[in-house]
Design a protein around this ligand. Structure first.
Ligand code: FAD
Length: 545
């Protein structure tokens, strides 16, 4: 991939002006409901094709599943084992696109699978060689067979007893919430209206056809007319589909079954080095990762069916025990419960086979589904972060084929650089971009804008292990002015990722962040309430069941 495209700087986004635009009642070609990976990617693709687009997010961009991924851009070695070659090939293509379009938010990452049985190295190595072949020219590095000594060098804290060797392969990792915000801002730079804290409360229907949405603004409900409405609300798609029901009709059978995955975050001391660990088969047949990310180590994850979707799902004790116990089998110095800096839970929107209540979530589809209802409401769900762009193309192709939107060619999102991406391709960017503690480098070219803001040298937080500067007063101002952050949580959970990295440190900063936001957001912002609400959330992330 060589097209450089123009450098994009995001303009400031003024919430009051955006609400005025919403109230102008100008019809949009497309309204997207939901501001996760799927919705933000879709808004960008539609705006790049020249459609007029509005995106409404009930809470904050990526507040749902899209800030809670394992942060891997991957083809899915597991899907290869299941023989799903097309899915893997598409995801490997998309992995390359994200690395090209957002090199400040994504970087390649080496993985090592240690083997403790003589046959494992050859068995998994052969599969990973096939993974390289599928990636073709987009391969990020060759799969290599490792001796036991080399495996120990690359994985300094791996259990050495019984180690027979290992296999190294390459994938990539990213900052999920910042990528969602970058997608939304790039869409805005292309003319889309993107708004968080704007829940859709109803669908506007004319003669049985969906013709727009009702959005809750701070001043009351606003009707927004649109030719086409796409439901991209992740695990909440069924609630919006329910709004589409004829009076008196029974609720539609649910489309998704939520399944939760827990991550534990511990210090890098438990996983030094810059290689990730992949255990392909835990005792109960799952995959376990230890991933160096933003100066910490992520351990996870689980796959536990739940009855309903929640914005802040709680981990179960059995899930935490499973991750710690499995980690202890592979780490020579394993973390204990007291070493966990943050625990967070994401919910997968797994697509149910219709008319079936299947309880086994591993058997449900992890691919995405696009459905067009009789009323013309389009629903998209499932899939994975890595493939958000392909999903957006798929949705728009369906909308155009069904006559909901006029045909327009692709806007070139495969090579469209996001806000903050440098003009020159950075395929050779250091593999450690996302391994190092967060800082100015995650802003890419927009670091220049940050440097010009008040408080650029006033560091609110430094990484305790490396002393690298992590969060500045200027970053909080930038979050409010450019990234539509409206609360302490928006800043400390998804603009900075401190809540996910070290919940106690994040709680400690709540008042300082609230004070800066009060200056930026003015009279409508209740600093004390925002700080207190965040404190309660940080307590949840800092506590194990
Ligand atoms: C534990 C876990 C690990 C994962 N790891 C990876 C990984 O490493 N790599 C990968 O590629 N994928 C991964 N995934 C999958 C990936 O995270 C999801 O597929 C993706 O984030 C789903 O995005 P989404 O936009 O569809 O849903 P969401 O991110 O949940 O977005 C839906 C949004 O809709 C909003 N919404 C709901 N109702 C309304 C309404 N009425 N009005 C307005 N807005 C509304 C919600 O607030 C939410 O923000 C993982 C998933 C899980 C659970």
């Amino acid at each position: 991939m060589t097209s450089a495209g123009p450098t994009t700087h995001g303009a400031p986004l003024d919430r009051a002006a955006l609400w005025r635009r919403v109230r102008a009642a100008e019809p949009f070609d497309l309204v997207v409901v939901g501001g996760g990976a799927t919705g933000c990617g879709l808004a960008l693709d539609a705006a790049a094709r020249g459609f007029s687009v509005a995106l409404f997010e009930a809470e904050d961009f990526a507040k749902g599943t899209s800030s809670r991924a394992t942060k891997l851009l991957h083809g899915g070695v597991r899907y290869l084992a299941q023989g799903n070659v097309a899915l893997v090939r598409e995801a490997l293509h998309e992995r390359a696109a994200v690395l090209h379009n957002a090199p400040h938010l994504a970087s390649r990452l080496p993985f090592v699978m240690p083997s403790y049985h003589w046959w494992e190295r050859g068995f998994y190595g052969a599969g990973l060689k096939a993974y390289d072949l599928l990636a073709g020219g987009r391969s990020l590095g060759d799969t290599e067979f490792l001796s036991a000594a080399r495996t120990r060098t690359l994985l300094p804290n791996v259990r050495a007893q019984g180690l027979a060797g290992g296999v190294r392969y390459w994938d990539a990792q990213f900052d999920d919430a910042r990528l969602a915000v970058a997608l939304a801002r790039t869409a805005a730079a292309r003319g889309a209206l993107v708004l968080n804290h704007a829940p859709v409360t109803g669908l506007r229907r004319e003669q049985g056809l969906v013709r727009g949405v009702t959005v809750r603004s701070p001043e009351g409900e606003v009707d927004v007319p649109a030719r086409c409405v796409v439901n991209a609300t992740g695990i909440w798609v069924d609630a919006l589909r329910d709004m589409d029901r004829d009076t008196g009709a029974p609720p539609p059978p649910p489309l998704v079954a939520p399944s939760q995955g827990v991550h534990l975050v511990v210090d890098r001391a438990f996983w030094p080095g810059d290689h990730a660990l992949l255990v392909p088969k835990t005792r109960d047949g799952r995959v376990l990762f230890a991933v160096p990310w933003l100066g910490k180590t992520l351990l996870g994850t689980t796959d536990t069916p739940r009855d309903r979707g929640e914005h802040e799902p709680l981990p179960l004790r059995a899930e935490v025990d499973f991750i710690l116990d499995e980690s202890a089998r592979y780490l020579s110095r394993p973390p204990g419960r007291d070493d966990v800096r943050s625990v967070w839970v994401g919910m997968r929107p797994l697509v149910k086979p219709q008319a079936e209540d299947g309880a086994d979530t591993q058997a449900l589809s992890r691919e995405h589904t696009v459905r067009v209802g009789r009323s013309g409401l389009v629903t998209v769900t499932g899939g994975k972060w890595t493939t958000y762009r392909a999903m957006a193309e798929d949705v728009l192709t369906r909308c155009m084929a069904r006559g909901l939107l006029p045909p327009r060619p692709s806007g070139g999102t495969a090579t469209l650089r996001l806000v903050g991406a440098a003009a020159l391709p950075q395929a050779s960017a250091a593999p450690t971009t996302l391994v190092a503690p967060p800082g100015m480098h995650l802003y890419g070219t927009e670091a220049q804008t940050l440097r010009a803001l008040p408080g650029a040298d006033h560091w609110l937080w430094r990484d305790p292990e490396s002393h690298a500067p992590v969060l500045s007063e200027a970053m909080v101002r930038f979050a409010a002015r450019h990234e539509l952050a409206a609360s302490v949580e928006d800043v400390l959970a998804r603009r900075s990722r401190l809540l996910f990295l070290d919940a106690a440190a994040a709680a400690h900063l709540a008042d300082a962040v609230a004070a800066v936001l009060a200056e930026e957001l003015g009279a409508g912002f209740d600093a004390a309430a925002s700080s207190t609400t965040f404190g309660a959330l940080a307590h949840q992330y800092a506590s194990l069941p």
